[in-house]
Design a protein. Sequence first.
Length: 422
Amino acid sequence: MGLIDRLVVVATKFVSLLSTSFGLGAGETWPGEIALRLRPDIASTLARSLSDGVILIAGTNGKTTTTLIVKTILEHIGDTVVHNASGANLLNGIVSSFIRNSDWLGRITADVGIFEVDENSLPILLRVMAPKRLLLLNLFRDQLDRYGEVDVIAEKWEKAIKKLPKSTTVILNSDDPGIAAIGRSVPGNMVFFGLNKPKEYLKVPEHATDSTFCPNCGKRLVYDGIYYSHIGIWRCPSCKNKRPTPSIHTWPSPLPGLYNEYNTLAAVALAKSLDLGDTEIRKALHGFSPAFGRQEEIEVGRRQVKLFLSKNPAGFNASLRTVLEMGAKEFLIVLNDRIPDGRDVSWIWDVDFEMIPKSARIVVSGDRVYDIATRMKYAGHTVKTEPDLSAALSASNGKLYVLATYSAMLEVRKILKGRKIL
């Protein structure tokens, strides 16, 4: 890096220190925003300073957990990593991660950058840095008021990926038709991952399905088996397009839940593309702990609280199935409609709340507490409505399973742990 870039890094690192010292924020976005205004091309410069390059991970669900799994594997083999651990996944948050990992001479003290990326921001990131590896997990409807339909995002991704250098290896989910179709735009190497577990097929398809039409010809797809939403073993009887055969299709997940099996497969596929062996990967994942808010367990006195980020229909259904498999009997469902959550909460009518047993004890809370209470009524449940989140968290006696939208999850953590993430 040149002298001016280093001076900008040092100055914004000082801004981050002031912000955290005086309780003005967590320093996860503003340092990067200031740096970008002073040096618009600083993201490219910072990325080039890493000896082992950048890994970008994008998708609607699972990117935080998958990013942490990849980070855990690479740190196990001795790499030092820059990582947006707080989940600040826009360009300013990623630049802030570089700044936080710099020394006071403006040098980046890491080998590789591993970043989860917001769906809308991925094309922006690909314009300013060419990743060594790009991992695409899935696309579901999420924050329709901000993103639009999944086809819009997929089209933006394809256009950006066409311009990547051949040196970038792209790892794709073969079980998501929209993600698999992006492979036709990849200039370089591709690796596919997917699940081969017929016993896990849904007996009845979910109400929330997003991409059931062929990306090639537009005809309706046929599924030999569906794992959740539109994810499964698909084919098009019209144009003969079909699910690519995955090279990675089985690996023990360190976390419960079918969606975490996908996160694990994705991370392992990426690790293997870097020529890492099975033994090293297994050692790295032994004792893996989840990211904040993703099956995180928090002890409060003698009570245990399990926290599940649930922010769209596909993710909520996956969380519900997982907690039911874990024997959940007490639920707290928290619905907010702030900017990180999306203002439109009509998606709750696509969640299969009917799968919760009628014997379960359910409390609802959040900014849109009465919306979620109404939805639960139509699902046939009697719930306790508690607008005050602190009171809602105190309304259980046993192990509590909290399913919350993004800003609600951060609020829950702040109440239980006494500090902010962002």
